[in-house]
Design a protein around this ligand. Sequence first.
Ligand code: SF4
Length: 427
Amino acid sequence: MTESFTPPPAAGCRDTPVLKERGQREVFCGLTGIIWLHRKMQDAFFLVVGSRTCAHLLQSAAGVMIFAEPRFGTAILEEGDLAGLADAQEELEREVERLLDRRPDIRQLFLVGSCPSEVIKLDLSRAAERLTQRHAPRVRVLNYSGSGIETTFTEGEDACLASMVPVLPETDRRQLMLVGALPDVVEDQALDLLEKLGVGPVTVLPAARASDQVAVGPNTVVALTQPFLGETLSALERRGARHLAAPFPFGEEGTTAWLRAVAQEFGVSEERLEEVTAAPRARARRAVAQAAETLNRRSLFFFPDSQLEIPLARFLTRECGMEAVEVGAPYINKQVVAPDLDLLAEGPVISEGQDVDLQLDRCRAARPDLTVCGLGLANPLEAEGLTTKWAIELVFTPVHFYEQAGDLAGLFSRPIRRHDLLKLEAA
Ligand code: SF4
């Protein structure tokens, strides 16, 4: 049998009252998602309609990556543009025309909205519609918002994928749809496991290219690979697709539970699941066990950031022996994370949203062994002697499925080991 080696808790966190906070928050905006989305969608261009701040954010988030042909850019709106709003709208469309003339390789163009009031007043959906009419079928122009007012950093991906759903072709085909932008190597591993299980056909959103046939309909079963895709899921459900609830494929246990949910849905036997997963599961357990030596019995505090917090808390407590003090998430979509909450043993505070000062007080009082938080909080907390992990690394590093389980645990054990070593040296 492929039972989990840790039994489920007597009481999980599904019904734990959630501490809801609506105060100041310290999180990147949804534009950040462009950095991993543009790598995944190879013929897409992301045109941010924004301010100089947005341009700086993108450039610094992209780091020193150099592209022969960049696939994201910023159309900067100056303050004065507000006066001539109609002109700004036309100028934006002219700018897109110039871009598309210059770059015939672009097949999907996303107009990405941002915070400045000048941008909010522009009608990006009308621009996208008009541009699509002019350029279809060669180019599909869509729009979504990456504004920091509306989105935290992983919600940018959700907004982007949700914008694609209404234009997906219709199909009646019985199929599994994996939803979430995974690094290619990880996606290939997932597809390989599914093929060995005999599950198919499998389609992936987002696809690498606009021409890859991704269709949706009433016989589509959706398995999310990222927990921050609630809007995309709702959009797919509106197209008739059905959600397959499962823990997320982080760690050995999460991956096995995710695969089991798919296997059961597609009539694959438990024996076949065992046969296909036995070897990678053993590898994953061995790899996690190494990092778990450092993580065992260490306390853990999650500030809300990536929406990966609940599945990761499940992984770190159950597979690595950590003790969660607080698990904060920007939003908690129970439909999506309930299976992970069921496996997370009662005990930690589950919080949603943020009032950063209050949460900092709770963190300082608890003095956890590891605090997972955004860049803005990490440095001050380190200066106070706390050990931190930057949440943003979790979306830039391959962390899903069996072969990455050890790396995932290592992301959390390294800062603790470094802290222990520094303490030893100082002693
Ligand atoms: Fe800043 Fe808003 Fe632009 Fe994000 S969208 S970089 S929060 S101005």
